[in-house]
Design a protein around this ligand. Structure first.
Ligand code: PLP
Length: 387
């Protein structure tokens, strides 16, 4: 057999449970997908036009490594206005290729080999692999349905060891839709302070909250000096394909991120930076429109699932519902597989998102209202057979 040239840490990575599933979906017809984690909306036209105009002005070159200053200034103002946190656009902000890159930079910049990162799960599928790629050890702290998928504070506190370096949180949460309360986040901060840990807070869904405010972790008293805030444009502004996001934090840490970014990426896409600037300056009405439509779908899917005997906690953020499917008598993998084969509805098994996702499936409502209605009809038929 031919020798593998892959590094052990790469060879040990499992493929994403989501991709595996979508490779199958792509080969099927008439599937209603509740699986996709991206807005079904196209990027709002003024934002698109700003990207085009930038290209037409001949802005086809690299930007500064940290990103266009006007964009960093607008971001800084935005974070100040929305959350009362103050970041210096010169030294405390860096524009990245999505939150994906920001996360990679953050973990690579701070982790020494073998250092542990505590991660409340279920969580975004990239967290554990990115910690491993950065040489660290992910430690999963399962959250519970009974706690409305808030982080399990006792388990979090008990998981701290001398090797723990950071806590990585993501609220509003993918895949549960949970929004962490201010009180819970204050407790997370207390644990971080007690053990002198960094908190990496992925706030990519910050604007997608329904009827409750988003709490920016760095805005908690005393939090900013130990927090890296990661944010982006993919979800709030329907800009996944533009590949643009940012990291904000203490200057010394951001300098570390910048060093890696400089040598691996150079600068985030120039066109996307122009579009992102327009999004911040004039995108608000579009964000509000999308929030209103997501909210309508959220109510439909949550009440629909509960009516069908699939208990679903009310998600207050992002665009996911996370029904418990144990009434079907199946595990989440079998449920997702059979639902796809028999009724052509794609959902993602909750276990793809880490420990605590067993017995649940993720249903994205970033899909048309009518399609969600039809998906619910199909799931109803399915549950009549298996429920
Ligand atoms: C919680 C979370 N963080 C980060 C990302 C990656 O986003 P980006 O497109 O900014 O790289 C996603 C995408 O699904 C996500 O759900």
């Amino acid at each position: 057999m031919k020798k593998s040239y892959l590094a052990h840490r790469v060879a040990s990575l499992k493929p994403s449970g989501i991709r595996k599933f979508f490779d199958i979906v792509a080969t099927m017809k008439d599937v209603i997908s509740l699986g996709i984690g991206e807005p079904d909306f196209d990027t709002p036209d003024p934002i698109l036009q700003a990207g085009l105009a930038s290209l037409q002005r001949g802005e086809t070159h690299y930007t500064s490594n940290s990103g266009v200053l006007a964009l960093r200034e607008a971001l800084s103002e935005n974070l100040q206005r929305l959350y009362g946190v103050s970041y210096d656009p010169i030294s405390q902000l860096i524009i990245t290729v999505g939150v994906s890159e920001a996360l990679y930079l953050a973990l690579t910049a701070v982790l020494n080999p073998g250092e542990e990162v505590l991660i409340p799960t279920p969580c975004f599928v990239a967290y554990q692999p990115e910690v491993i790629l950065a040489g660290g050890v992910p430690v999963e702290i399962p959250s519970r349905f009974e706690d409305n998928f808030q982080p399990n504070l006792q388990a979090l506190a008990e998981a701290v060891t001398p090797r723990t370096k950071a806590i990585l949180i993501g609220y509003p949460n993918n895949p549960t839709g949970a929004v962490a309360s201010r009180e819970t986040l204050m407790e997370v901060l207390r644990i971080a302070e007690k053990h002198d840990l960094l908190v990496i807070s992925d706030e990519i869904y910050d604007r997608l909250v329904y009827g409750i405010p988003h709490v920016c972790f760095a805005s908690l008293p005393g939090a900013q000096e130990r927090t890296l805030t990661l944010g982006g444009f993919s979800k709030d502004y329907a800009m996944t394909g533009w590949r643009i996001g940012y990291a904000a934090g203490p200057a010394e840490t951001i300098t570390g991120l910048l060093r890696i970014h400089q040598y691996t990426i150079m600068s985030a896409p120039t066109t996307a930076q122009a579009a992102a600037l327009e999004a911040l300056l004039n995108g608000e009405p579009h964000v509000q429109e999308m929030i209103a439509e997501y909210d309508r779908r959220r109510k439909l899917i949550v009440s629909g699932m509960n009516r069908l005997g699939l208990p679903t906690f009310e998600p207050r953020g992002a665009f996911y519902a996370f029904p418990k499917i144990t009434a079907s008598g199946m595990d989440e993998e079998t449920f997702a597989q059979k639902l796809l084969e028999e009724e052509r509805v794609a959902v993602v098994p909750g276990s793809a998102f880490g420990i605590g996702g067993e017995g649940f499936v993720r249903c994205s409502y970033a899909t048309a209202y009518e399609k969600i209605e039809e998906a619910l009809r199909r799931i109803e038929r399915f549950m009549q057979r298996y429920g």
